[in-house]
Design a protein around this ligand. Structure first.
Ligand SMILES: [Zn+2]
Length: 291
């Protein structure tokens, strides 16, 4: 089954909604970064959030970055997404092993800890939009809902989940975002709140065979759900030797000269996909000359 995002509206366009199946891309992230289960869950949730928020952007070259910086053992996670269904990310520490919160429940909040959640949107304007909120629970869904409500003044319900199997593989990953537009009616909010309070977690729904469409149907059927778009989504880096060379620009000329004097080619790895790019001493010398 493929990963994809659906967009929808309900209640005469006073509600907009997104849902994602992100099982494959979360599995790919796990493979690239060799994440332990709790990090697989944390990164998968943030990737799902990033992919859905990426699909909210309209511009061809718009770019979204989500960053969670906490005092928990993961320390930091970064996810970037575009408006075409491409998403990627990495954790600062992929090898986190902490006790379960309760039977079968990975402690994502404990692995993230307290800190700052940052959203950066580069919409091609002079300055990128930059929103920051304090991490609420570190469970990511809660933090995203808090961000939308406080920073974008858009009350939102967010569900994000990753079900990690006993062999540490990704069984299900997905999520939804349901947002209230400014002219939403009180009874719409109440109807939605009633649905939310009795709902299973996203991954339980997926385990029952529910698709992203089914999940939105569950919440919004009675409110006149209209699915408006379906978009494929994937883990995709798109790095190149040129882009990685940009990272070398932060190394001082003296340090580069030291590397050259060592006489060996150097290898630079992309944080997002672990691709390795080699730079010969001749290429490093060229870099110094072009400064
Ligand atoms: Zn890469």
């Amino acid at each position: 089954m493929e990963d994809y995002i659906v967009r929808a509206t309900a209640a005469d366009d006073t509600v907009r909604a997104f849902a994602i199946r992100s099982t494959n891309l979360t599995a790919e992230a796990r493979e690239i970064h060799h994440t332990f289960p709790v990090v697989t869950a944390a990164l998968g949730r943030l990737l799902s959030a990033g992919a859905m928020m990426g699909s909210m952007m309209k511009g061809e070259n718009d770019k979204l970055t989500l960053q969670m910086k906490g005092d928990g053992p993961i320390a930091q996670m970064t996810v970037t997404a575009d408006s075409h269904g491409n998403v990627k990310g990495f954790p600062a520490n992929p090898s986190v092993d902490i006790p379960l919160k309760r039977a079968g429940k990975l402690d994502v909040g404990g692995a993230i800890g307290k800190g700052i959640f940052t959203v950066i949107m580069d919409l091609g304007l002079k300055e990128p939009y930059n929103g920051q909120v304090e991490i609420q629970t570190g469970e990511i869904g809660d933090d995203l809902a808090y961000y939308f409500t406080v920073s974008e003044q858009t009350p939102s319900a967010v569900g994000l989940g990753v079900m990690v199997d006993t062999d540490s593989s990704v069984k299900h990953a997905g999520g939804f975002i349901i947002q209230m537009m400014p002219d939403v009616a009180e009874e719409t909010i109440e109807a939605l709140e009633a649905k939310l309070s009795g709902a299973d977690p996203v991954t339980t729904m997926m385990d029952k065979g529910m698709s992203p469409e089914d999940i939105l149907e569950y919440y919004l059927k009675d409110l006149g759900l209209k699915i408006t778009e379906k978009q494929p989504v994937r883990y995709h880096c798109g790095c190149s030797k040129e882009k990685v060379a940009g990272a070398l620009a932060t190394i001082s000329t003296d340090d580069l000269k030291d590397l050259i004097n060592d006489g060996e080619e150097i290898e630079v790895k992309c944080y997002f996909c672990n691709s390795a790019y080699k730079f010969s001493t001749a290429e490093l010398e060229e870099m110094i000359e072009s400064r």
